[in-house]
Ligand binder design. Sequence first.
Ligand SMILES: Cc1cc2nc3c(=O)[nH]c(=O)nc-3n(C[C@H](O)[C@H](O)[C@H](O)COP(=O)(O)OP(=O)(O)OC[C@H]3O[C@@H](n4cnc5c(N)ncnc54)[C@H](O)[C@@H]3O)c2cc1C
Length: 386
Amino acid sequence: MNFALTDEQTFVRDVARKFADEKLFPRAGEFDHNQKLDRNLIREMAELGLMGVKVPEQYGGAGLDNLAYAISIEELARGCASHALVAAVHGSLFAMPIIEHGTEEQKRKYLPPVCSGEKMAAYSLSEAGAGSDAGSLTLSAQDDGDSYVLNGTKLWVTHGSIADYIIVFATVNRELRTKGIAAFIVEADKPGFQVGKNEVKMGFKASPTAELIFTDYRVPKANLLGQVGRGFNIAMETLNHGRISVGAQSVGMAQRAFEIAARYSLDRKQFGAAISTFQAIQFKLADMQAKIHSARLVTYEAAWRKDQGLPVAKNAAIAKMYGSEIGTQVAHQAIQILGGFGYTHEYNVERIYRDVRLCEIFEGTNEVQRIVVARELLKEAAEAVR
Ligand SMILES: Cc1cc2nc3c(=O)[nH]c(=O)nc-3n(C[C@H](O)[C@H](O)[C@H](O)COP(=O)(O)OP(=O)(O)OC[C@H]3O[C@@H](n4cnc5c(N)ncnc54)[C@H](O)[C@@H]3O)c2cc1C
């Protein structure tokens, strides 16, 4: 087993780390406070190739592998979770279904402007009544000549209020349940598209989350992604990619919280000694390090499996579930190590705590991840006794 990164993976890590340290982290508190992404920084990320790490070069991406992509997301999240989420939505949730199911025309039209940061992208599956049970979605798509007509409301769309292009899942026939679902590439600047309420959230405050309302919105049949009836499979396959990146985001945030806590423990003196000399603090740091290290390995392994063409549903779910839970635990302990300062904005750990908590919820809650893991492991167990 070779744990060494390739030259390309090392290069991406170094580029993303430098960008996160110099451009993102120093202003992450400001982005959180102002609740706004910086479009210039997004363009800079794109110029560095960080908005389409695994998108093939002919469509404007860097053409690297899934492991390089996961590493880039981890490093960006070490700087600012909200800006890392832009790269993750573009790289996983928008680009992957188009790369895997799109026509040549769709790839040429939609991928380059998203990789260059010129256009913003989003992924819209959830609805008010369809969260964990995404297959019960109700946004309707009615076949009408050379278009489908969309009617209904989507919820929880990350960057929905600022997106130019959105992958939207709708049903052509609710009675068919998941077999009636289709995926469409929707352009936001067309009649019948309206942004509803923006959610007021606990964390990821610079990343807007919106309701989207479709009223007789005509999406050309040329924008159907894959086939009608395959939409739910496309949605789930896409989330398998996305969950690896949620694991990576969690590891990046946990790593930053750990670094802040370790440094603080060396500087802070009580009872005449640095608090890092107290075994209670050392044990916390050791546990934090062990958790981050194991979550990183699980996440990298899931990305590596994807690169090898191996099944990833279970591994991606574990990466997301474990990474997000240790992320919350590590941020929680970082606050504790900083004492009163941990509870203030000054040291960023309270922001990381608020941000990383989302990773236990979106792209399928951790309860749903456990359902996926259990389903896959029981399949393996049944095959083993056959
Ligand atoms: C900030 C944010 C950004 C988001 N971005 C996007 C996005 O870009 N695109 C998008 O499509 N969606 C997005 N989502 C939606 C997200 O994926 C859903 O919130 C998530 O899937 C859970 O759905 P729900 O909120 O309806 O919770 P519910 O499904 O109502 O779940 C409530 C609780 O019940 C549990 N539960 C439900 N079913 C089961 C079961 N069978 N067994 C055990 N427990 C169960 C859940 O785990 C949870 O604890 C976002 C959400 C948030 C908060």
